[in-house]
Ligand binder design. Structure first.
Ligand code: ADP
Length: 686
């Protein structure tokens, strides 16, 4: 068997004018102890019935009940078993009820003696502010558990409650039939339920007196109970505020610890939204990085509670967003309690509010909190909390202060991560510089010392051997001159590259005829290789091309270097082709293709590295410095173009492509032969 109706409910059906009151657990403990003490201090043989919610509560009082049992043999203790509580008749009657019985939610204590009677009939109000997340807070909260019920010295009410409980005891323990019968005869003899109803009707006449539940306790006791209740209430409030402060401090600490462990900005933001969203129990917590001048932002990280739609990856308006603008003006958090009735969002005719309205509807945002992530006044991002209903949330100042504290931490963490990333970049640059320095040492060792020794030997021989034949003398002189030229080239390329890399080059872009530039670079290549058998060079660049916008001097340099390489790595039996296409909008693509030795697929990108040479600088047979393509890439990037290499592999030829912007006719510009001619002479001198 299991009772579904509480003793209190049954009692109130019989005494409908009694009004139950709210009692904290601490007050009920005090009242119960007072009632039990009255039994221990009194004489006679009272009836005592106590029902505990669970065995553990009974255990705390078991000692008292052993002492009470020495005073009377009519003691009944009820509890839902948890360990070894069971039906027994040892010291007093123990009744183990089922955990599903409504008694498991009740607190009843009835004492009926010859000269007094009192009863406490209560049931717990489940789910009222009972938080057990932390032991210390939990035990404080346990004392503030709330019950509603009746505490009275009224004999009739006490007898009725005893009657109900004895009936329930009998159902669990039928073998106690005789003992219970004796109890009824002794303690509940006169008033039957029928008579009580008659009494009730009479008392209705004087409802005012009847409405007061504790008619019998003297005013002092009454006051004491009120005082107990009031201090309990204050304690509860203080505990709640302490618990909430502690919760917030723990939340800030856990967010701070989590984000300080990382130097990755994305991880920092991800951790922050997860911890904050969980900790505050909001429907949605999101964060995005943005600057004050951005027009939009993309939602990068979000926390969602169950059933809330994701908006990760969505684009958020900033420039046309009155809320974002207000946050920027305030440099502080912006709270919106009810977005549906906010004049900044609705009730506006301006078009900028339309996007906000659709956002609010699409994302079901009801209450909104926007908190800027600032570092020394600089905006780094925005953190938002959303409540999606059903009711609006009044943002509390302490919640906003908490989110503000966390955004400050996020700001610091982001700046640290940024500083770390910069440091890493600097380290990489330093490493690259170090590599360059080492390369330079190697190149200097070989490229400068080898020709220098040759020059030295030649000059020494010329000066120490006056009898040398004129033919040999000429050979010596030519060798010295050739090696001096090699050294000059290396020094020149190195200086050019360092100027380009350090950004010390002044660009002079102008409208140019690409065909003319190609012609010029071809003539440069031919004049430089007069003594060599060059491969067949096919110039397929037509004159009908649109003008391009570039610095002519540098463009010719790129073309000449690519053509030089193509000729250098292709035998005289092969061919070199130069052509132009317009596959990219707004630019032309120039291709220098050859049928020469080709490039392995894994080297197509590294050929642009400084000092890259397939056979290594120290074993080079073809001459060159290993800086040509690195220079080309710097130049092409200077006008915003791209350069890349393609090849089907070894001995299958190579194609070098680069893009150059088409001249846009916004600025009137004269295309004169003079410019090209001036350049021709200037470049030819080089
Ligand atoms: P280098 O002065 O050595 O030519 P570059 O920077 O111009 O320096 O070229 C770097 C390397 O790229 C060359 O040494 C060669 O190994 C490879 N390379 C460049 N152009 C070609 C090409 N047309 N065909 C095959 N390999 C090439």
């Amino acid at each position: 068997m299991s009772n579904s109706i509480s003793v209190l409910t049954e009692l109130l059906q019989i005494f409908p004018y009694w009004r139950p009151q709210m009692y904290f657990k601490a007050s009920l403990t005090a009242l119960s102890h007072a009632m039990e003490d009255q039994v221990l201090a009194g004489s006679g043989y009272p009836l005592v019935i106590a029902s505990f919610q669970r065995e553990r509560f009974y255990r705390q009082e078991a000692q008292r009940y052993r002492r009470i049992a020495q005073k009377t043999d009519q003691v009944y203790v009820l509890a839902a078993p948890e360990a070894d509580f069971e039906n027994s008749s040892e010291v007093y009657e123990k009744i183990a009820f089922k955990s599903t019985d409504s008694l498991a939610q009740e607190w009843n204590l009835i004492v009926i003696a010859q000269d007094y009677a009192s009863c406490l009939v209560c049931q717990e109000r489940i789910g009222v502010n009972y938080d057990n997340t932390n032991d210390r807070v939990g035990s404080a909260m346990d004392n503030s558990r709330r019950f509603e019920g009746i505490w009275t010295f009224d004999r009739q009410v006490s007898q009725q409650s005893a009657d109900t409980l004895l009936r329930r005891i009998l159902a669990y323990r039928p073998e106690l039939k005789t003992k219970i019968k004796q109890a009824r005869q002794k303690y509940l003899p006169v008033t039957t339920l029928k008579q009580r109803r008659v009494n009730l009707k009479q008392k209705e006449v004087n409802k005012l007196t009847w409405d007061c539940p504790n008619r019998y306790p003297d005013p002092f006791v009454q006051r004491l109970v009120s005082y107990l209740q009031a201090s309990q209430y204050k304690l509860l409030k203080a505990n709640r505020s302490l618990a909430s402060k502690e919760h917030k401090e723990r939340l800030i600490n856990s967010v701070t610890t989590a984000i300080r462990h990382s130097l990755d900005p994305e991880e920092i933001l991800h951790l922050a939204v997860q911890k904050l969203g969980e900790g505050l129990g909001v429907c949605r917590c999101l964060v995005y990085r943005c600057r004050e001048t951005d027009t939009t932002a993309t939602i990068q990280h979000e926390f969602l509670s169950a059933g809330i739609a994701s908006i990760k990856g969505e684009t958020w308006p900033l420039h046309d967003n009155p809320l974002f603008q207000e946050v920027m003006e305030l440099r502080d958090a912006l709270m919106i309690e009810d977005a549906n009735n906010d004049p900044r969002i609705f009730n506006r005719t301006k078009s900028d509010s339309k996007s906000l309205q659709s956002l609010v509807i699409k994302c079901s945002i009801l209450s909104w909190l926007l908190v800027p992530i600032l570092y020394r006044g600089r905006l780094l991002g925005m953190l938002e909390l959303h409540h999606c209903g059903p009711n609006p949330v009044d943002w509390k100042d302490e919640d906003v202060a908490l989110v503000n504290a966390i955004t400050t931490q996020i700001g610091v963490a982001l700046i640290q991560a940024e500083a770390y990333a910069n440091l890493q970049d600097l380290n990489e640059q330093l490493e690259a510089l170090d590599r360059t320095r080492s390369n330079l040492v190697a190149i200097t060792g070989h490229e400068l010392r080898t020709p220098l020794s040759t020059i030295q030997i030649c000059l020494e021989s010329l000066s120490t051997e006056p009898d040398m034949s004129p033919k040999l003398r000429q050979v010596m002189l030519n060798t010295a001159l050739q090696d001096a030229e090699r050294m000059r080239k290396l020094v020149q390329d190195f200086l050019t590259l360092s100027r380009l890399e350090s950004g010390r080059v002044e660009w002079h872009p102008e409208p140019l005829d690409l065909a003319e530039c190609v012609e010029l670079s071809l003539s440069n290549v031919r004049s430089r290789n007069r003594d060599r058998n060059l491969p067949n060079i096919k110039n397929l660049v037509t004159a009908e091309l649109p003008l391009i916008q570039a610095d002519g001097e540098w463009l010719v340099e790129v073309l000449a270097k690519l053509l030089d390489n193509a000729c250098k790595f292709t035998s005289s039996k092969g061919s070199v082709t130069i052509e132009v296409s317009s596959t990219h909008p707004g630019s032309l693509e120039v291709t220098v293709a050859d049928t020469g030795r080709g490039i392995e697929p894994n080297c197509l990108e590294t050929v642009f590295d400084r000092f890259y040479q397939e056979e290594g600088a120290l074993r080079r047979s073809t001459g060159g410095t290993g800086l040509g393509l690195a220079i080309c890439r710097q130049i092409v990037q200077g006008w915003g173009g791209e350069i890349w290499a393609e090849s089907d592999g070894k001995d299958l030829g190579s194609q070098f492509h680069f893009t150059v912007p088409i001249f846009l006719k916004t600025i009137p510009c004269k295309r004169t032969k003079k410019t090209s001619l001036a350049k021709t002479s200037k470049l030819n001198k080089k």
